[in-house]
Design a protein. Structure first.
Length: 329
């Protein structure tokens, strides 16, 4: 080999190695930065009654890609200071911040003090107080998304907004999918239920919830989104295709997003999926090209997402203050 060509090849290999190292460093650093940035302390006051009180979970069904999901998303009753109507909010840990729906607020005639920010044309409700069971949360301001909600009210089920991750910062979230009830408290989980089986290696003290799972022989990280109950697991098309290559993909049509139909793929995974001591078998794993960005992230760092599907019939404890995630069968 010509000395000059050898030198060029050596420089090229070193450059590629440096790029790979920088990429390996940049991805986790970037994820860490984004998680810190999006972990918001919206609610500056929290109080609760001595006796823990739950609120009922109300499930909503949906048909996606021709498949009916009876438990697609869930809502909880919430009391909002200044509004006397019976209200619900979707509980969505996949949303960094809680918010109100502007169209719904307009339809019920308001009841909240508002503030308009001329710099970014955003609107906020001020001096907000939410009561969820025995918990009371206060925020100086909460964003109002004017484009969200509905002007046509179903008076038996008025959804006024979304409860996001910010409502459970430094608190314990209990989602009882056995009896369909939820509570937020400052009490540590082990003082509420000694039978909790904790999952190692989780990261729930920042947005979003990250939990560890074992898929076949691989340890992976999953994002747990309570606003998405549809799929046990969802990932990129490439990562799904790599799971047990002998099993063919099913193509489902379609999921609509912003007026565009996106095909959904799935594969029945014939190896166990394990969360802590809990093992799931013969579960469908789904994928969409909307998750293709995950192709560039190693599975140990982020494989994909999971909703509530795997946890139906269990009690989920999330202690964001002490960074613990556990299940009770």
């Amino acid at each position: 080999m010509h000395p000059r060509l050898k030198k060029v090849l050596k420089i090229t290999l070193i450059t590629l190695l440096v790029l790979l190292v920088l990429t390996a460093i940049a991805i986790p650093v970037g994820i860490f930065y984004l998680r810190n940035k999006n972990t918001l302390a919206t609610f500056n006051q929290f109080s609760e009654q001595p006796q823990l009180q739950y609120v009922p979970i109300k499930w909503d069904s949906s048909v996606v890609a021709g498949i009916r999901f009876d438990k697609a998303a869930f809502f909880i009753p919430v009391k909002v200071k200044g509004i006397k109507r019976k209200l619900f909010m979707q509980f969505d840990s996949g949303s960094a911040s809680s918010l109100f729906y502007g169209k719904t607020l307009h339809a019920i005639g308001g009841g909240l003090d508002t503030l308009f920010n001329q710099n970014d044309s955003s609107t906020f409700a001020t001096d907000v107080e939410l009561t969820i069971g025995s918990a009371r949360l206060h925020a100086d301001k909460l964003q109002i998304r004017q484009s969200m909600g509905s002007e046509e009210l179903d008076t038996s089920f008025i959804v006024i907004g979304t409860i996001g991750y910010d409502a459970v910062v430094n608190k314990t979230l209990i989602m009882d999918f056995k009896t369909n009830q939820l509570a937020i408290t400052q009490t540590a989980p082990e003082n509420l239920n000694p039978a909790i089986q904790y999952i190692d290696g989780v990261s729930v003290n920042k947005f979003p919830f990250f939990i560890k799972a074992k898929i076949g022989d691989d340890i992976v990280t999953l994002g747990y989104d309570t606003g998405s109950s549809l799929f046990p697991l969802i990932t990129s098309n490439k990562k799904l295709a790599a799971l047990n290559k002998s099993v063919p993909l099913d193509t489902l049509c379609c999921v609509s997003s912003w007026g565009i139909d996106h095909p959904i793929y799935r594969k029945k995974y014939d190896r166990p999926i394990q969360l802590g001591n809990t093992v799931f078998k013969d579960e469908y794993v789904y994928s969409s090209h909307q998750f293709d960005v995950l192709d560039y992230i190693p599975n140990w760092l982020f494989f994909g997402g999971t909703g509530n599907s795997l946890f139906i019939g269990k009690i989920v404890f999330v202690d964001t203050k002490h960074n613990k995630f556990g299940l009770v069968d």
